[in-house]
Design a protein around this ligand. Structure first.
Ligand code: PXP
Length: 258
């Protein structure tokens, strides 16, 4: 059984990239993403997530170093599978690394990794990160075949991309996307993968995902940082945590039974 670093059955990883986006708009030091990480930690976050992009549009190299030195909760380092990022991950040895596809021109991570098509490329990264003691997750669309490929490559964790679900209009289309996430999360448990989820989640969309009993971690950033402008980061995180807990408490504990 997986041991979790915190007592929460459903962990909340707070993505602080967009604090860095605002800082970078003026090129100075304010607002400081490390200060946001410490505030998230104080508000009950179970982990901090940060994506060091090739173009450094959010977090920068020095931020990773400062995060590692400052926070007491695990760092989930989002990275593209490139030699440069592998070197940085091996240098800092964060608790976890989430491999994501990265396109220079995209506004945000548009879709999941193609683990099936990219297996020869990804294999080395999964093995080398694992050997460095970093827990590897693969950010994928909720497709059982992608989960099977992740399992075959020896990744211990997958993170399901919830963007299509969050972007879909309420009704049949969103229900369809939620059903895909549910099926994929059940499949993850059946084949022995730890299952996380994230992208685009808000107070409105988080409940049904938090209620899926085999999902053990949600990573949420953009909505929380936007909401923090109006009610503050501490209150935004506490409200998200409460929405997650309320949805989760309504669900019987997962027994592994079909
Ligand atoms: N998980 C992964 C792998 C991501 O790439 C992102 C966005 O950086 C998130 C979660 C968080 O998404 P959002 O900022 O939309 O909450």
């Amino acid at each position: 059984m997986t041991r979790h670093p915190t007592p929460h059955a459903l962990r909340l990883g707070v993505n602080i990239d967009h604090v860095a986006t605002v800082r970078n708009a003026r090129g100075g030091q304010h607002p400081d993403p490390v200060r946001a990480a410490l505030a998230a930690q104080a508000a009950g976050a179970d982990g901090i997530t940060a994506h060091l992009r090739e173009d450094r549009r959010h977090i920068r190299d020095a931020d990773i170093e400062r995060l590692m030195a400052s926070i007491a909760i695990p760092l989930n380092f989002e990275m593209a599978a490139t030699p440069e990022m592998l070197g940085i991950a091996r240098q800092h040895k964060p608790h976890a690394a989430c491999l994501v596809p990265e396109k220079r021109t995209e506004v945000t991570t548009e879709g999941g990794l193609d683990v099936i098509g990219g297996r020869d490329h990804l294999q080395r990264y999964i093995a080398e990160l694992g050997a460095a003691g970093v827990r590897v997750s693969l950010f994928i669309d909720p497709e059982p075949a992608q989960l099977d490929a992740a399992r075959a490559l020896g990744a211990p964790v997958v993170e399901l991309h919830t963007g299509a679900y969050c972007d879909a209009p309420e009704g049949a289309e969103r229900d369809h996307e939620l059903a895909r996430i549910r099926r994929a999360a059940a499949h993850a448990a059946a084949i022995g993968l730890e299952c996380h989820a994230g992208h685009g989640l808000s107070y409105e969309t988080v409940g049904p995902v938090a209620a899926i009993p085999t999902i053990v971690e949600l990573n949420i950033g953009h909505f929380l940082m936007g909401e923090a402008l109006f009610i503050g980061l501490d209150a935004a995180i506490r409200r998200m945590r409460a929405a997650m807990d309320a949805a989760r408490e309504a669900v019987p504990p997962w027994t592994g039974a079909p």
